[in-house]
Design a protein around this ligand. Structure first.
Ligand code: BG6
Length: 454
């Protein structure tokens, strides 16, 4: 029989619910009949049950959920008006939920914290799971305080700090690629790899999210969370098994060894903000002129940080993490540049192109650049690229995330100590930026970045 799951979405009237959570759920339920899900939407707004059911229906339809599954979910779903920060309201509501229910906090962090405080001392259902959206804290110490609060509610294994990049097939595929192929693991080190870049350059600008983005910026939005985790999966030691403890231990182990490339945030980080420009035929205003942006916050829209992983495997290898908005070209993936061969036989012409392994996260691709004899002059070296597109998962990223929460497997969730490590790594950069020690460059929207960066 299908496993009964009650999924409570706090902040149900917000944009995450219909844009990501419900479509993720729809694609999950298309792919498996393992779960019978009761969705309870909860928020402060007055929403009639009918209006709520319509919202659920629309979001599931948009995700091409099978009609029979839509009807099943719509028949079971309901809406609850509740102030989650009020202990008198949230306590009785949560304590009567069935065992193994999921509380998904699709709320601003400050509200989530208040709701969790309101749950301290409440008798919670057996196996209750908490789903928490980023940003998880705003610094190492606030993340630590939040972890301490959560530990008063449920065991760590029942806490799911969401990072949707961990639900992406290519990110998980780093494990398969490295540990199930003979040819990669022996060269996966600083003896052979010179540098690694993990880049998410987006063509999209603010998309109406200034309220969130202007308070965070590219470093907190992308690097502190997603890209550091991708780096850790790329750089970590071999796992003995695909098990939440093993994988998360090794992610934490790698992040604990990670620090700024030069040790100094001023020489290990760069920041920039876009000015007015064009992306294709779309006109983009100056960032500071976007609706909801406060120029006094001095928020960056492009961030780069150079890191090192202080162990024998990665000695001397620079890891550059970069992400930005309103750039000319979409780039989304990992590029490992190999060192030159120790010796090229006399007689070859030109320099041997480097081996470069590129792993595309979106779309999912793998490409390996090789040096080969030229087609024309037989000894003229040329680059040849072996590349393939991987099948896209039928699930949206939140589909995978929800599947693992329903199963009670936290392997795709950010463990508390991992979240704190991520803040520790970027903390000195945030401080240096706040003090003005690193200049804010500019780039025209639609360009590749500031012209003065190499
Ligand atoms: C989100 C960020 O977490 O990830 C966004 O807040 C960003 O700013 C997005 O655009 C990128 O994820 P994806 O899955 O759309 O590539």
């Amino acid at each position: 029989a299908a496993q009964e799951v009650t999924l409570v979405i706090f902040g149900a009237s917000g944009d995450l619910t219909h844009r990501l959570l419900l479509p993720g759920l729809g694609t999950l339920l298309n792919s498996t009949g393992r779960f019978a899900v009761t969705v309870i939407g909860a928020a402060m707004d007055d929403v009639s049950d009918d209006a709520w059911k319509q919202l659920v229906r629309d979001a599931l339809t948009e995700a091409k959920t099978k009609p029979a599954r839509i009807e099943e979910i719509v028949a079971r779903t309901r809406y609850v008006k509740i102030d989650v920060t009020d202990p008198q309201a949230i306590g009785p509501f949560v304590s009567t939920l069935p065992p193994n229910s999921v509380l998904y906090f699709a709320l601003p962090p400050a509200v989530t914290i208040k709701a969790c405080q309101a749950l301290v001392g409440v008798t919670l259902p057996e196996g209750l799971r908490l789903g928490l959206e980023k940003p998880f804290g705003t610094s190492g110490s606030t993340a630590h305080d939040f972890n301490t609060l959560l530990a008063k509610l449920v065991p760590e294994r029942q806490i799911f700090r969401i990072d949707h990049f961990l639900g992406k097939a290519t990110v998980l595929n780093l494990l398969g690629l490295r540990f199930t192929n003979r040819i990669f693991e022996p060269v996966w080190n600083g003896e052979n790899i010179e540098s690694v870049a993990i880049v998410v350059d987006e063509v999209l600008a603010l998309e109406g999210r200034a309220g969130y983005y202007d308070r965070n910026g590219a470093l907190r939005d992308m690097i502190q969370s997603h890209l550091l985790l991708v780096m850790a999966l790329f750089a970590m030691e071999e796992v003995a098994s695909i098990d939440e403890r093993e994988v998360r231990d090794l992610v934490a182990h790698t992040l604990r060894a990670t620090s700024l490339w030069t040790g100094d945030p001023v020489t290990s980080s760069r920041r920039a903000r876009y000015t007015a420009g064009h992306i294709g035929d779309r006109e983009v205003p100056d960032y500071t002129a976007e609706d909801g942006v406060d120029p006094a916050r001095n928020t960056e829209t492009l961030a780069e940080v150079d890191l090192r992983v202080n162990n024998a495997r990665w000695a001397g290898v620079k890891f550059t993490l970069r992400s930005g908005k309103a750039l000319g070209d979409e780039r989304n993936g990992i590029t490992a540049i190999f060192k030159p061969v120790a010796h090229v036989p006399v007689g070859f012409k030109g320099e041997a192109p480097r081996n470069v392994l590129s792993i595309g996260i979106k779309p999912q691709t793998i490409a390996l650049q090789l040096s080969t004899n030229g087609a024309g002059d037989k000894f003229d070296l040329e680059e040849t690229v072996l590349s393939t597109d991987l099948d896209d998962s039928p699930l949206r990223p939140y589909g995978e995330i929800l599947e693992f929460i329903f199963e009670g497997n936290p392997i795709l969730s950010v463990r508390g100590d991992v979240a704190e490590e991520c803040w520790r790594i970027v903390g000195p950069v945030l401080d240096a930026w706040a003090s003005g020690a690193v200049p804010m460059s500019t780039y025209r929207a639609g360009w590749a970045g500031p012209t003065d960066w190499v």
